[in-house]
Design a protein. Structure first.
Length: 259
């Protein structure tokens, strides 16, 4: 028995030695094959104004990237589109179908489709000349505001714009070009919300009529324990498919932006 135990201990020692050698060899191989790079961050004094300008451009770019979601939501048609699609799903009573990812993706790509002329004009008249050093940063910023301001003003109600001009306690702008974006953007957002809620109300009416008819028929037949939603949902889906609802709603939304 003692000899057996000694043999087992000797085998364990050999196995542990072999494992240690394998681990050491693998670590050496990894260190030779995949060297770990070092990263250093240095803060040095700028020697030329151009170096300071490059740093400021990087900071401005990072700031824009951080604010990109807010810019996308508040200065594009995304707000109206996503609210209308949400109301449509609620009116149909399909709960989570289509899922949020599909609705957000559709609203996002339709936003790119609608805003493409504005983005193209900004690139041609502002961004591209600035990157080619043909105009300064101030001129590029002023040029970029022109198409953005035009798009926002075309989709903003005058009473909403007057509300924020009065609240800001500033002089009444004489022309459309004098309207500040700090006043125009919130006015545009509440105008978009109002338009989206109006469209949502109109979408609710046909589906509400179907629900009322189905509920009345079930009540007249004495089927009070049967949920009306189970009967009305197939009829609402059939109506939506027969009228080609997605094409109709998407086309109406595009036309509402002048596309």
């Amino acid at each position: 028995m003692r000899k057996v135990i000694l043999k087992i201990l000797s085998c364990l020692k050999v196995l542990s030695l072999v494992s240690f050698l394998l681990i050491a060899a693998s670590g050496t191989a990894l260190s030779l094959t995949f060297p770990i790079p070092s990263l250093e961050l240095n803060v040095e004094t700028a020697t030329t104004p151009e170096e300071v300008a490059v740093v400021l451009e990087i900071i401005a770019l990072l700031t824009v990237l951080a604010l990109a979601p807010a810019i996308l939501i508040l200065m594009t048609p995304f707000t109206r589109l996503i609210v209308v699609f949400h109301f449509l799903r609620q009116a149909m009573g399909t709960q989570s179908s289509p899922p949020n990812q599909v609705i957000v993706g559709l609203a996002l790509f339709m936003t790119f489709f609608i805003i493409k002329p504005v983005a193209t004009q900004i690139y041609q008249e502002s961004l591209n000349p600035y990157l080619e050093r043909q105009i300064s940063y101030e001129v590029a910023f002023e040029q970029a505001q022109i198409p953005i301001r035009k798009f926002l003003l075309n989709n903003t109600r005058e009473n909403d714009l007057a509300l924020f001009i009065k609240g800001a306690d500033i002089k009444k702008p004489e022309t459309r070009e004098d309207v500040s974006l700090l006043v125009l953007i919130p006015a545009y957002v509440i105008s978009e919300l109002k338009t989206a809620f109006i469209i949502g109300f109109v979408l609710y009416i046909p589906f509400l009529v179907i629900d009322m008819v189905v509920a009345s028929v079930l009540l007249a037949m004495g089927m009070m324990m049967l949920p009306p939603v189970m009967i009305s949902l197939p009829f609402k889906l059939m109506l939506f498919v027969l009228v080609d609802g997605w094409n109709l709603i998407s086309g109406s939304l595009l036309k509402s932006f002048g596309v």
